[in-house]
Design a protein around this ligand. Structure first.
Ligand code: SF4
Length: 160
């Protein structure tokens, strides 16, 4: 799939929630058994609290009493919308709002973080895919995330 306007490709995450609008920003979900083809039978990984929707209400589906999954109804079109989409990814506590594109500026703005990005910029400046075909982080990406979390824990511990 082509990323809108850039000519770059967008990673097709195996757990991309099917209702997301085509494009690099998306949310993840889980199909119920044997129902991978039916969007109605998927359950989004990000549900209910509304934090991502509060950051970028124009980009996400509105909740109603029958449907509570978080997903993009359209991709960001302006720098302001892009900033809000990035914030929405940062506030999701289970990293279910992701960026699958290859725009280095966006990847940098998201912290070059494998927890949020399907590609990160490696030490040699090349783009590296962070996710395996099973939807799990690859070992190198997992170790970056673990190290970041360890540093955060240490910082929190020192601040107490
Ligand atoms: S931001 Fe966290 S708590 Fe809120 S809906 Fe998403 S996953 Fe749940």
């Amino acid at each position: 799939m082509k990323e809108q306007g850039t000519g770059n490709t967008t990673f097709q995450h195996p757990f991309r929630f099917p209702k997301n609008a085509d494009g690099p920003f998306y949310t993840t979900g889980q199909p119920s058994k044997g129902s991978a083809q039916s969007a109605a039978q998927w359950c989004g990984n990000c549900l209910w609290c509304g934090a991502p929707e509060a950051e970028a209400p124009e980009l996400f589906a509105a909740f109603d009493e029958t449907y509570t999954d978080t997903y993009f109804v359209r991709q960001p079109q302006t720098p302001e919308e892009l900033a809000r989409a990035i914030m929405a990814a940062k506030v999701c506590c289970v990293s279910a709002v992701r960026y699958g594109g290859m725009d280095r500026n966006i990847i940098s703005a998201m912290g070059n973080n494998p927890e949020l990005c399907d590609y990160i910029i490696g030490p040699d400046q090349s783009l590296k895919c962070t996710v395996g075909s099973d939807g799990k982080l690859l070992a190198f990406a997992r170790s970056i995330v673990d190290e970041e979390n360890y540093i955060k824990q240490l910082r929190n511990h020192r601040e107490k």
